[in-house]
Ligand binder design. Structure first.
Ligand SMILES: [Fe+2]
Ligand SMILES: [Fe+2]
Length: 294
């Protein structure tokens, strides 16, 4: 079993300050095997914003797998945007735009889906997909395979026309061939998850697609700040949304708390949610598109 803290859309430049210490404390208490950061570290790709994000990530446990998002590409500097869209990210955060984490149970591959030609949307190049294919193919049998992009493969249930990764269906043959089990993404600032087949009717493999809300920014979209606590094992995946709950005077202090736990089992028909527990229904509006059973 492995545990992944999946955080996303930090947006330094639009931070809600109390959340930073709250996230540090929560991750220090839970000690994940891996921290995944699925992009949008900054609001405007400015050097000071990258530096603040890096200083914050140093306060979180490791190992970490970090990729950029569309907000980590400059918006107003047209020259930088066209000729060095990830220059700031590579200078301040990491030169590695295809990070890989692997141990004897888990392999996680990150790919940069942010592009200079579009501010919001994103996609993957043929070269990126080919590289991911080679990396996943080298993993041992029984390894749980995870792909991380900033742009999600599936839309939220409440926004079926939302901005998902472009050309998504063209990546499916490779994801199916190498046996990807789980996709992690952010971008829409909404926490939701479902089987990939809910959106791509032609897909032949059941792959779980999990999106995280914004962990630390004020750019909330009707949901509290949150991150995902994910437990993986070969045929099981539990997604716990840990949402920020404001404190009460004289009562509970403000903290990230478990707000919805969904347990998926992978059987002959693919991933299926077998149990969903709203720990505190008032704390979060978090949805899965799937029907729950049991
Ligand atoms: Fe974002
Ligand atoms: Fe984004």
């Amino acid at each position: 079993m492995r545990t992944i803290a999946h955080i996303s859309d930090l947006h330094f430049g639009r931070i809600d300050p109390p959340l930073l210490d709250g996230l540090v404390a929560d991750l220090a208490a839970h000690k994940p095997d891996l921290v995944v950061v699925s992009g949008d570290l900054t609001q405007r790709a400015r050097g000071g914003q990258f530096d603040a994000a890096v200083a914050f990530l140093k306060r979180l446990p490791g190992p970490q797998l970090v990729i950029p998002g569309n907000h980590d590409v400059p918006m107003f500097n047209v020259f930088a945007r066209a000729f060095a869209p990830t220059g700031g990210y590579r200078r301040h955060v990491s030169q590695d735009l295809q990070p890989v984490y692997r141990d004897d149970e888990l392999i996680v591959v990150g790919l940069n889906s942010a592009r200079s030609f579009t501010h919001k949307s994103g996609w993957l190049s043929a070269e990126q997909v080919a590289n991911a294919r080679t990396t996943f193919a080298a993993a041992g049998p029984g390894t749980f395979k995870v792909l991380v992009t900033h742009h999600p493969f599936i839309p939220p249930p409440r926004e079926p026309d939302a901005d998902v990764i472009r050309r998504g269906e063209s990546y499916l043959p490779v994801l199916e061939e190498v046996g990807v089990d789980l996709l992690l993404a952010g971008h829409l600032h909404l926490a939701y998850h479902d089987d990939l087949r809910s959106h791509y009717k032609a897909s032949r493999r059941s792959i779980l697609s999990v999106q995280a809300g914004t962990a630390t920014s004020t750019r909330r979209r009707g949901e509290p700040n949150a991150y995902n606590w994910i437990r993986t094992s070969p045929h099981l995946c539990t997604v716990s949304v840990r949402a920020w709950a404001s404190g009460e005077p004289g009562g509970k202090p403000a903290a990230f708390q478990e707000s919805l736990v969904t347990r998926y089992e992978c059987g002959p028909d693919g991933w299926r949610p077998v149990k969903q527990v709203p720990v505190d229904a008032a704390a979060a509006v978090v949805t899965t598109g799937a029907t729950t059973a049991g």
